[in-house]
Design a protein around this ligand. Sequence first.
Ligand code: SAH
Length: 215
Amino acid sequence: MTDDFEARGKRKKLISELRKKGIGDEEVLRAMDAVPRHVFMDNAFLNHAYVDKAFPISSGQTISQPYTVAVQTSLLEVKRRSRILEVGTGSGYQAAILAEMGAKVYTIERYRELFLKAQKTLASLGYSVDSFFGDGYAGKPQYGPYDGIIITAAIKEVPEELLKQLKTGGRLVAPVGDSSSQRMTLVRRTGEDSYEYSSHGRYLFVPMLPGIVKE
Ligand code: SAH
């Protein structure tokens, strides 16, 4: 599925809605205006792509709500050529936003089916993203350290292994809490052994789970 006039018009409306909801990072808004979200969703759901809601994708997972993508991406403070690790590729939409902003993106997904589909979608849109099938709890130390790490599934606490893969001065953004509600948490690595935490509103994500799912 390609982009068209109708989808672009709907996207413009969504961007102005995000602005009204308080998103002010122009680079994030530009990227969200540029990436055709409907291409990351199944054909039947074209009409749902440009409302500000999360939506089911395969394997019982969801593509995050646009507002949530905007908040997480803004907190990361992505710059051109930033090295970013994403845990929870899902549809690949969040990875595309980061790539559109000029980041070097590494993304991990534990469902083989989603990994394969997202990899295809990203390639079809011309985004060069390094996707991996695996368990995000281990991160990807061989490509780190990272300027930013974004976790797009709910966690009880930020895994030590991922904190270690941040550069000093790097930022990790993750929804932290139990299954009923999470706080969007920003962790800044301020030194070899020092991290500063701040909290940025309540969200609801699918859980981050250990291990991989092969079919
Ligand atoms: N960022 C996605 C939305 C992700 S939904 C998008 O833009 O569409 C959360 C995803 O995290 C799901 O696809 C889920 O399978 C994945 N996930 C959960 N636990 C994981 C883990 N340990 N490692 C990698 N991916 C994981």
